[in-house]
Design a protein around this ligand. Structure first.
Ligand code: SF4
Length: 458
């Protein structure tokens, strides 16, 4: 599953083998291509290509390098094209002061016209920026372009700039240069971008990845860039593919997950069970109520699954490394559900893990750990702080003061009855004494310790 969020299949280098290149992309596992026009003729061709292939959409726009000589009647033509059903975005537009083929003022004026058009038709915008950030960022800010959503295509800046663009509401798309040996800064930027804002692209026929550098690029080659990006993010390429596909679906508003996909979801070779979206914490870093996406899965629940529905969605739990009770919520709020499903998994040779905030004994006002003996192999408990004050600030527990101590007591009881207990902390931008948390986990509580990165899911 791969995504090319920026291809120019309409361009002349594809005139001899356009359909073959599209077939090669399909064969390589590319599930979606956005064909981006960079002038009127190209935009029109992009629409024609998209009309022939259901997995290709079109964007229409005039590249900043071509902005000189664009008159009102040209832009009227672009407006007409923007209404085609194949068109999901406006662009390629932006500013290019590197080549500077058109005067800056002309580029700025045309860029603003594209923004206006995107607002009129309610479609996201595809942005090209080269050596022009000092002018581009204020325009994005003033025009509130992030409210429309959009893509910073073929991103070429550092992590700080990438995060600025994320804060403005954009997705950040990485192309072939990510694979170049000297592109260390770009790889640092990719590391910094939250997974839910990442995209991949080729910008073909330009910028082929390292193994084909200097040759014509094509959508199938996005595989190499995607694999590099997965490695940088430390996740399985399959998980990255699903995340990126889900990101582009979110941006363009298509492809909603069905209920069965929300109950169980696969990450690496583990099967996760989405138990509930209720929680007894309100962690500052949690996306539970804002954007409940995990590894490309939308975990928002209109209703909680029953044990029967969950079991029906699991074939042979023994084939997975683990069945993990997780999701965006506190699983022990549904203790009987966990016991029923875990029993079923264990009877079929599966291994069970629970990811919990450790409030189970507060919720039931008794020690629930003996209930889990023999059903759960591993429990991962979020401690997230080295003392109560920081825990309250970061996790805002519903049970108030005393919650931190209760979580520690929960961990102690877990160690007594369960084979493996992991204490986890999420590394957040706020200062946290990770070393002290590790000391508490290993020496005070007798558990294993794990640090999770706050913007990496799965
Ligand atoms: S405990 Fe987990 S699910 Fe609950 S608010 Fe915190 S991060 Fe979100």
């Amino acid at each position: 599953m791969f995504v090319d969020s920026h291809a120019h299949l309409e361009m002349e280098p594809f005139d001899q083998d356009r359909e073959e290149a599209i077939q090669r992309a399909k064969d390589a596992g590319v599930s979606y291509i956005l064909n981006v026009g960079s002038n009127l003729e190209g935009s029109s061709k992009a629409i024609q290509i998209a009309s022939r292939h259901p997995f290709i959409s079109a964007a229409v726009g005039i590249h900043p390098n071509e902005s000189k000589g664009i008159e009102d009647h040209h832009f009227k033509e672009l407006k007409k094209l923007s209404k085609a059903s194949e068109v999901v975005a406006i662009g390629e537009t932006g500013l290019d002061y590197y080549r500077n083929y058109s005067p800056k003022k002309v580029q700025v004026d045309l860029f603003k016209k594209h923004i206006q058009l995107a607002k009129e038709v309610g479609k996201p915008i595809i942005i090209h920026c080269r050596d022009a950030w000092e002018d581009l960022l204020p325009i994005l800010n003033e025009e509130k372009v992030g409210e429309l959503g959009g893509i910073i295509h073929c991103f070429s800046g550092d992590g700080e700039l990438a995060l600025k663009c994320v804060d403005l509401g954009f997705f950040i798309s990485f192309g072939g240069p990510l694979t170049y040996p000297k592109a260390g800064m770009l790889r640092e930027a990719a590391k910094a971008v939250p997974s839910e804002r990442l995209l991949t692209e080729t910008d073909c026929p330009y910028l082929a990845p390292q193994s084909r550098r200097g040759k014509r690029n094509e959508p199938a080659f996005v595989v190499e860039t995607s694999e590099k990006l997965a490695k940088i993010k430390g996740i399985h390429p399959g998980d990255l593919g699903r995340i990126v596909l889900s990101n582009i679906q979110t941006l363009f508003g298509f492809g909603e997950n069905n209920f069965s996909e929300k109950i169980t979801y696969k990450i690496r070779n583990s099967l996760y069970v989405n138990v509930t979206d209720r929680c007894t914490n309100n962690c500052k870093f949690c996306n539970r109520t804002k954007n409940p996406m995990v590894a490309g899965y939308d975990l928002s629940l209109k209703k909680e699954p029953t044990a029967e529905e969950t079991i029906a969605g699991m074939e042979d739990p023994g084939q997975y490394d683990e069945v993990v009770f997780c999701g965006f919520g506190e699983p022990t709020l549904r203790l009987e559900f966990i016991k029923t499903v875990a029993q079923w998994v264990k009877e079929r040779g599966g291994r069970v893990r629970i990811n919990t905030n450790g409030h189970g004994n507060l919720i039931y006002k008794r020690n629930i750990l003996p209930d889990l003996k023999g059903l759960v192999d591993t429990i991962s408990v979020s401690l997230n702080a080295e003392n109560e004050e920081r825990y309250n600030l970061l996790c805002k527990p519903e049970f108030g003061n005393g919650s931190y101590q209760a979580v520690k007591d929960f961990i102690r009881e877990s160690v007594k009855v369960l084979p493996k207990v992991i204490v986890s902390v999420v590394r957040v931008p706020e200062n946290m004494d990770v070393k002290e948390c590790e000391d508490i986990a290993e020496n005070e509580l007798g558990a294993h310790f794990r640090v999770r990165e706050f913007n990496v899911v799965g």
